[in-house]
Design a protein around this ligand. Structure first.
Ligand SMILES: [Zn+2]
Length: 345
């Protein structure tokens, strides 16, 4: 599907700063997407920008979710029962296990997520600078590559560390349940591999509540059978938690890359003399998944290298944030100085 970009009057909220609580409603009308025959209300630049980000996320998120879930399922299948039991007895995962996980994440980022981020950046750059046809955005020479490399390494480290912390917390907590043996604890850990610490704790609470409910409903059930049934339910819950987390990561990472692409391309075009001084304005994703956290920053305008009031240069401001930025050229490019070596249009 192709977007039809229409140059339209600037929306009135651009340029006003931080108007708390003002509701700006719009729908993703068919005028933003594809065929404009029989178009109804015209879309503003800001609406087009937000609709483009949303459309990109809708198209790319499912794939990223599948990659993440596939990685976690692989990790769950790869760990042996003896290794899980060892973790329960020693209180944490072995160094060798952490290294294995780090390698899994490294593979996930290098082979799958990073190329997708690059795609997000290239698309955002193209959309951002389509009114400057002479400007050629090249992600391989722009700041995009260093962002991808640095952020990719951070993500690998964070995912591995979070996993270690989650398992450690779970093992520490299950140590209090004396009725449960090391063997059955080991079985509880496998499905939570890939969850965060709060998620792993929630899963364990769910397991305990379920176990009690089963024993209450069936007073003559053996402990072993009751535990097996509760474990089964907890594993199903873990699968839902895993999808939720994957969705969160996918959206946050893709929205970050997309916004980085638009911002980086604008800076790049400025540096090369295609665009003059710009201001950036925060656009809140105001749809069925309203970005409540960003309500206060909606419509806030800043200079290119100035932070928004939420403490970031560009969205996202929080996990799953789907806000975007509108850029407005407020001064013409500085005329070329002879012999400065900068190529200008
Ligand atoms: Zn937001």
């Amino acid at each position: 599907m192709r977007f039809v970009f229409k140059k339209l009057p600037r929306p009135r909220y651009i340029g006003k700063t931080g108007r708390m609580g003002e509701q700006r409603r719009f729908e993703t009308s068919p005028t933003l997407l594809g065929d404009v025959s029989g178009a109804t209300s015209p879309a503003s630049d800001g609406e087009v920008t937000l609709a483009r980000l949303r459309s990109f996320l809708d198209a790319e998120e499912p794939q990223a979710v599948r990659w993440l879930v596939h990685t976690w399922n692989g990790q769950q299948a790869a760990i042996t029962y003896a290794e899980l039991r060892e973790a329960v007895l020693t209180g944490s995962m072995s160094q060798a296990q952490l290294e294995k996980w780090q390698q899994d994440y490294s593979k996930l980022v290098t082979a799958q997520l990073a190329p997708q981020w690059e795609k997000a950046m290239a698309q955002a750059a193209k959309e951002r600078l389509e009114q400057y046809p002479k400007f050629l955005y090249d992600p391989s020479v722009s700041a995009a590559q260093s962002y991808i490399q640095q952020h990719g390494a951070e993500l690998v480290t964070n995912l591995t560390a979070e996993q270690q912390v989650a398992i450690k917390a779970m093992v520490a907590q299950v140590a209090y349940y004396d009725a449960t043996t090391a063997d059955s604890l080991a079985l509880l850990i496998r499905p939570v591999i890939g969850l965060t610490k709060p998620q792993a704790k929630a899963n364990l609470n769910y397991y305990n509540t379920t176990l009690n409910a089963i024993k209450e409903a069936h007073p003559r059930i053996t402990q072993e059978r009751a535990e097996a049934q509760a474990r089964d339910k907890a594993a199903k819950y873990a699968a839902r938690q895993q999808r939720y987390r994957a969705m969160n990561i996918a959206r946050t990472e893709l929205a970050t890359a997309y916004n980085q692409g638009a911002y980086g391309a604008t800076l790049d075009a400025q540096e090369r003399g295609y665009i003059g001084d710009c201001k950036k304005t925060w656009l809140t994703a105001d749809d069925e998944r309203v970005c409540k956290e960003c309500g206060g920053v909606e419509g806030e305008s800043r200079n290119m290298k100035e932070m928004f009031s939420v403490g970031v240069l560009i969205p996202p401001a929080h996990p799953s944030c789907r806000c975007a930025v509108a850029y407005e050229e407020i001064a013409p490019p500085i005329p070329a100085v002879a012999g400065d070596g900068i190529h200008r249009p």
